[in-house]
Each structure stands twice: as structure tokens, then as C-alpha cells.
Design a protein around this ligand. Structure first.
Ligand SMILES: NC(=O)c1ccc[n+]([C@@H]2O[C@H](COP(=O)([O-])OP(=O)(O)OC[C@H]3O[C@@H](n4cnc5c(N)ncnc54)[C@H](OP(=O)(O)O)[C@@H]3O)[C@@H](O)[C@H]2O)c1
Length: 266
């Protein structure tokens, strides 16, 4: 197993490698013998594998691509993972927060893909992995902009998939259900919350605490990379990754909406 990945990839970049899913993936690829770099807004001499980057502005992306041009020109596996959300129903979303979320999880991802595509396409066998969310398909109340950014990301990756021709990298759109990380602790909260928002948040916390360990994602991703096919996959618990999408195919949209509202105590 280990030999297969190392034979195919030499150098990997993961955006957001300090904590959470990014950390788990970074450790995995290191253990597979790849030369791996992650990114963080909080660099430290104790973690030389983490490059400093803030992707909440397009200038931040340009600075990162420019500063590490040489190292990045040889990268053959990229995992675009960095993300965070602002909680609050739509009237409670700030203008600055809307801009930041759209830039971090959509604008920057497109910009980074564009900047890294030549390196990924330079020789056969490169891969670009997009860490996406099922929230793009099943909106979570209180995350309207996050949901929209992830839905936009899905459509961007689908566009790459329909354009895919000879010579490009393998493209993986990983639409994740919940995986147990500190994502919720990093969510920006509004100053005032309504009763409805509090009820939705309680359910969001409950779902996260019962979610699978991100190590489970390693097995899914490894399998997909080894199969070598591009595509879009749902990954997570059986309820989120299999039963909910099946129900969405069978039930009218209004029923699904009602189910989602009920699940989040709305
Ligand atoms: N956990 C889940 O249940 C779940 C479900 C679906 C999708 N996802 C997606 O998985 C990805 C990782 O989430 P996680 O659960 O691992 O959350 P997390 O533990 O909060 O990690 C978020 C990562 O994003 C990076 N990041 C945040 N803001 C950034 C910015 N402005 N510029 C650059 N990097 C930034 C953070 O890096 P630093 O703080 O070090 O800068 C951190 O590494 C996200 O895209 C998320 O949407 C997660």
C-alpha cells in the first residue's frame, strides 16, 4: 500500500495542515514517505512542515504562490482543505464574514487550483483533491454562506470534470459528512443569537460529537487515489453519505427541506 502512493507522488501540499482533517492527512502522507507541506496562519519553528498562508484574500493567495514558487513547481499532489464558517442565520451574517467565507472556500480554491495546475499537469499521475462538504447539497441552518461556498465549489469541480481531457491531474471532489474535529470551536459566532439559532447550534454540536474520526477519511482517500479515477464522492457516516443522498433522490425537495428543518429543531 505505502509503496504505491510513494511511487506515484513525490511532493504534496495540503492547505490547512496544522489541525483537524488537514493535520490527519498531512501525518498520513508523511508516514507514506512523501515530502509534505501544509499551510497555517500561525507558523511556528516547532512545525517546519507548515508554510505561512492566509487564504481569506486573493492577495494572500498570490503572496503564498509567489513566495513558494520553486517548491510548488514540483508539487504533484495538492489537497485543498482550508475552510471555516461563520454561524448565524442570514440576517446575522456580517458583510466582512460573507466576503471572507466566499474567498476562503471558493475564490481562493479556484485561484490556488489555477496557480498549481501547471505543476500538477507537468507529468502524468498528478492529483488535485478538493475537501468539500455535503452542506453544499444539504444546507445546514445557520451556515448560509458556508453552504453556498461549498455548493459553488462542487459546481467548479464538476466543471473541471466535464472539461477533463488528456494530460490533466486526477480530480477528486470529496463531499464530506461530519468528521470529529474542532471545526465548531473555530466557527465565528454572532453577538446575539435567537432561540432558533441556539437550537440549530445545539444539534450541530451534537452531530459533530457523534461523528467518525477523520482517520476514516484516510482510507477513503487512499482508495480513490489508488483507483486513479477522477470524480465526486460522498464520504462520512452511512446516514450522511448514503441514506440522506438516497432520500434526496427519492423524495420531493420540499419533503427533504422539512426533514432538514426538523432535524435541526426548526
Ligand atoms: N469536520 C467536518 O465535519 C467537516 C465536514 C465537511 C467538510 N469539512 C471541511 O473540511 C475542511 C477542514 O475542516 P476541519 O474540520 O479540519 O476544521 P478545522 O479543524 O477548523 O481546520 C480548518 C483548517 O482551515 C485552515 N484555515 C482556516 N481559515 C483559514 C484562512 N483564512 N487561511 C488559511 N487557512 C485557513 C486552518 O488553518 P490555521 O488555523 O492553522 O491557519 C485549519 O487548518 C474544511 O474545508 C471544512 O469545510 C469538514
Amino acid at each position: 500500500m505505502a509503496a504505491a502512493l510513494q511511487q506515484r507522488f513525490r511532493r504534496a501540499l495540503i492547505t490547512g495542515g496544522r489541525v483537524g482533517i488537514g493535520r490527519t492527512l498531512l501525518k498520513w502522507l508523511q508516514s507514506e514517505g512523501l515530502e509534505v507541506r501544509g499551510t497555517t496562519r500561525f507558523p511556528s519553528p516547532d512545525s517546519p512542515e507548515l508554510l505561512s498562508a492566509d487564504f481569506s484574500s486573493s492577495a494572500g493567495v498570490d503572496a503564498f504562490l509567489g513566495e513558494h514558487q520553486d517548491w510548488l513547481s514540483e508539487v504533484d499532489l495538492v489537497i485543498l482543505n482550508a475552510g471555516s464558517a461563520d454561524f448565524g442565520f442570514f440576517p446575522n451574517q456580517s458583510e466582512a464574514g460573507i466576503e471572507r467565507q466566499l474567498q476562503l472556500m471558493l475564490g481562493s480554491v479556484i485561484q490556488l487550483s489555477r496557480g498549481l495546475w501547471p505543476a500538477l499537469s507537468r507529468k502524468p499521475g498528478g492529483a488535485c483533491v478538493f475537501i468539500n462538504s455535503l452542506a453544499g447539497q444539504f444546507p445546514i441552518p445557520g451556515f448560509p454562506v458556508y453552504n453556498a461556498a461549498k455548493a459553488g465549489l462542487s459546481q467548479f469541480v464538476e466543471s473541471l470534470l466535464v472539461e477533463e481531457g488528456q494530460g490533466g491531474p486526477q480530480i477528486l471532489n470529496c463531499c464530506l459528512g461530519d468528521f470529529r474535529t474542532n471545526f465548531n470551536q473555530h466557527v465565528t459566532q454572532p453577538i446575539d443569537t435567537s432561540k432558533e439559532e441556539e437550537k440549530a447550534w445545539a444539534r450541530i454540536e451534537e452531530t459533530m460529537s457523534a461523528a467518525p474520526d477523520p482517520k476514516r477519511l484516510v482510507r477513503c482517500l487512499e482508495r480513490r487515489l489508488q483507483k486513479g479515477h477522477s470524480g465526486s464522492w460522498k464520504m462520512g457516516s452511512a446516514v450522511q453519505a448514503f441514506w440522506a443522498p438516497l432520500a434526496a433522490r427519492l423524495l420531493p425537495a420540499s419533503w427533504m427541506r422539512r426533514l432538514v428543518r426538523r432535524y435541526y429543531h426548526q
